[in-house]
Design a binder for this molecule. Structure first.
Ligand code: PEP
Ligand code: CO
Length: 458
């Protein structure tokens, strides 16, 4: 295995010399080159100054002055690039951030898993059904979900389509935000229809009323409207998995040094690819963006320190977001050694908790029309238990849990069980729409934010 390289060796393509996990096998080299050439010449999706602003905010979160809320779909799909789905996602993220700011007394950085979350790592390269084996679905950026050879064959044009769908998504988000959609004077604009029936409605509405009153009080005091309250920022993030795509959108910009991955503000390295000396760590060590890194049961303190040394040799603030995902039953044993190692080495990073990916269960539906069907789900109580333990573990270690990372949707799906309405396994098939991992639905996400806010306020 290749040792870490001195930073002078980095080029935008130096990762190509190293083993790269989870890459599709593209059938057409010429088509792939054509798609990448097109991607390299298309305008970027985000700007370097937005990325710098996010880095500044993440640096403050490291010091306990802000809190990061990262959330969205496990996998975005081209089909779901629709105005209602995007607006609902923004609404739930806004509502959660309001609840977290109110409870935690700190500004919240909103980062969506959106506008580029189109590639998925898979545990098996092939999927077999009834004696037929085809490549696994790796996200709309790579291939299609339908179990047919043409759909499952990786198609390079999808890289360009992913960029286009990301651009359409971001364009809509930016217009909504600029148009006053996120105006704190009107939290009722962010209401989602079914909140009317939610058991949490009263608590949430009490909070928005209080915020409205404080805002009016401030405006009376200042003698003028508080315009800054009319807009909030959203940043975009996705797993930087398919390296040729990331490379094609990575550039230099006038008047600044270094290379910027302008396909998103915050790319992250997945759990399966955060390996020192391999291609993903090599690629991401060369860019100016902040970089997320998923860590979990298999990571180990030495590996983590090697990854941090490679990605952030100068130990800059606002550069690394560590996203731990152990599972409610493993965090108590797994997290403390990592926190201690990072503290002892004096490494700067923002610690955040992803309580989703270590808590996935496979259940078999017992009764009803779907009896016998196996589904991937997560229990609300396991998700909550992991976040609560994360707060405790960081506190005990003298560290700061500066953010949370959820898979969620602004829609009324039935993919995770539990929560205030007590969704059971039997109810899962009513509106199970995720293609990959189960997401918190709108109500469960809001409830989770309320529970996390209580902890933050402690
Ligand atoms: C994900 O965030 O969807 C994911 C695949 O996570 P992880 O890399 O932590 O398994
Ligand atoms: Co996922």
């Amino acid at each position: 295995m290749t040792a870490a390289h001195p930073s002078t060796d980095w080029t935008v393509s130096s990762w190509q010399r190293l083993p790269a996990r989870q890459q599709p096998e593209w059938p057409e080299a010429a088509e792939l080159q054509a798609a990448l050439a097109e991607l390299s010449s298309l305008p970027p999706l985000v700007t370097s100054w937005e990325v710098e602003s996010l880095r500044g905010q993440l640096a403050e979160a490291e010091d306990g002055r802000r809190f990061l809320l990262q959330g969205g779909d496990c996998a975005e799909t081209f089909d779901e690039c629709r105005s209602d789905a995007i607006a609902s996602k923004l609404k739930i993220l806004l509502q959660m951030s309001l609840v977290l700011t109110h409870g935690g007394g700190r500004p919240v950085i909103r980062v969506g898993r959106f506008a580029g979350q189109y590639a998925k790592p898979r545990s098996e390269g092939q999927e077999t059904r009834g004696g037929t084996s085809l490549p696994s679905y790796r996200g709309d950026m790579v291939n299609g979900l339908a179990f047919t050879a043409p759909e499952r064959t990786p198609r390079p044009r999808r890289l360009v389509e992913a960029h286009a769908h990301s651009a359409i998504t971001l364009n809509f988000i930016r217009s909504l935000v600029d148009g006053g959609f996120a105006d704190l004077h009107h939290p009722e604009y962010w209401d989602l229809g079914f909140v009317q029936h939610s058991p949490l409605r009263d608590e949430y509405q009490r909070m928005t009323r209080e915020i409205g009153q404080s805002l009016r009080f401030m405006e009376t005091l200042a003698g003028s409207p508080v315009h800054e309250m009319r807009r909030v920022d959203f940043f975009a993030s996705h797993e930087g998995l398919v390296l040729p795509y990331e490379q094609a959108q990575t550039r230099q910009v006038p008047h600044k040094t270094g290379w910027w991955n302008l396909s998103t503000h915050l790319p992250w390295i997945g759990y399966r690819t955060a390996v020192p000396g391999e291609a993903h760590v090599e690629f991401f060590r060369g860019i100016r963006n902040p970089v997320g890194v998923k860590v979990g049961p298999e990571t180990g303190p030495d590996t983590l320190l090697q990854v941090l040394a490679a990605l952030n040799p100068a130990n800059e603030p606002g550069k690394i977001v560590l996203i731990h995902r152990f599972g409610a039953h493993r965090i108590a044993k797994g997290l403390p050694p990592l926190v201690q190692a990072v503290a002892k080495a004096g490494r700067r990073a923002l610690w955040t908790c992803d309580p989703m990916h270590g808590n996935t269960d496979l259940v078999r539906i017992g009764t009803g029309p779907h009896a016998g069907t196996q589904v991937k789900t997560r229990k609300f109580d396991h998700i909550l238990a992991e976040v609560e333990q994360a707060f405790e573990i960081h506190r005990a270690a003298g560290s700061w849990l500066g953010g949370v990372h959820f898979e969620l949707t602004g829609e009324d799906v039935t993919e995770c069980t539990g929560g205030a309405r007590g969704l059971s396994d039997e109810g899962l098939m009513a509106a199970y729409r995720s293609r990959v991992d189960p997401r918190l639905n709108y109500e469960q996400a809001l409830e989770m934010a309320m529970r996390v806010a209580r902890r933050l306020g402690d």
